[in-house]
Design a protein around this ligand. Structure first.
Ligand code: IPE
Ligand code: IPE
Ligand code: MG
Length: 268
């Protein structure tokens, strides 16, 4: 007869243990990307699927922003860039643009205390001069109020497009040449990077795009030269911590070669 005593308990049940491990526990925190960038896409389709107006999707996407920010900070990621509004998004219907700007003002204002509580600094990239005054004001306040936070930098890309950023950087460099402060022969990749909005941040090692679209939509073209791309069918309002962990785990399974051979990378 089988009693409790003669059931042999496996001592080294590694397979069982790994199956039981949560996604978060499977992440190797010694090999995290320093900077993750996200193209938050699919709010409109998500709302339409629920028979709701597109703005409802944008409102629901705020929860995913919160979840992703928290997940990244808890893991120990140092920079998180979220593409919230592109230069091209100004071409959407006025009602949607106005609602997005209102949502931005409300959310930034409401979340500043949480950012401070979690020791997260807010930064922005993009043509902020083109934003409505109320939006710029609340952004400036939040950036100032969180300036001393050290755990993670949350970078919002607002009225951002990479071609705009590259053209602006080129103008600044050309001006230095005209003023005789810079010689064309001294222009290099490092000098160029220093003129971009992202000059203070490392390039993202990982770029995530939700909603099944597999394109870049004018986002960080210069900075993603060697980023790993992760595309998921999940629509942005359904993206949560578990989805973020899946992306990090996928990234950790990649071999980043930077032009070298696999054998060379293994020797390092
Ligand atoms: C992303 O969701 C949010 C912004 C671009 C502001 P979309 O609004 O692009 O949603 P879809 O792509 O139409 O579903
Ligand atoms: C990219 O999404 C911009 C943001 C996520 C803010 P879009 O939905 O605007 O991109 P396209 O138009 O489908 O390429
Ligand atoms: Mg979209």
């Amino acid at each position: 007869m089988l009693t409790n005593q003669n059931i042999v308990q496996p001592i080294n049940d590694t397979v069982g243990t790994s199956a039981r491990m949560s996604l978060k526990e499977k992440i190797d925190i010694t090999r995290l990307p320093q900077h993750v960038a996200v193209i938050m896409d699919g709010n409109g389709r998500w709302a339409e699927q629920q028979g709701q107006v597109r703005v409802f999707g944008h409102q629901s996407g705020v929860t995913s922003v919160r979840e992703t920010t928290e997940a990244a900070a808890e893991l120990g990621i140092k920079y998180l860039t979220l593409y919230a509004f592109s230069t091209e998004n100004w071409n959407r219907p006025k009602d949607e643009v106005d609602a997005l700007m209102e949502l931005l003002v409300y959310t930034i204002h409401a979340e500043t205390a949480t950012l401070n509580k979690n020791n997260i600094r807010l930064a922005v990239i993009g043509d902020t001069d083109s934003l409505p005054d109320a939006c710029r004001k609340v952004l400036d306040e939040a950036i100032l109020n969180t300036a001393n936070n050290k755990r993670m930098t949350l970078i919002l890309a607002l009225s951002y497009s990479s071609r705009w950023e590259i053209v602006e950087a080129t103008k600044k460099i050309a001006q230095q040449v005209v003023e005789g402060k810079l010689q064309p022969k001294n222009i290099n990749a490092e000098l160029f990077s220093a003129q971009l909005n992202t000059s203070l941040f490392p390039d993202p090692e990982l770029l995530i795009r939700t909603s099944g679209e597999q394109r870049i939509s004018n986002f960080l073209l210069w900075q993603i030269a060697y980023s790993e791309f992760y595309f998921t069918e999940t629509l942005w309002p359904d993206f949560d911590k578990e989805e973020f962990y899946k992306a990090i785990l996928d990234y950790q399974g990649r071999e980043r070669r930077f032009g070298k051979t696999s054998a060379q990378m293994l020797q390092q």
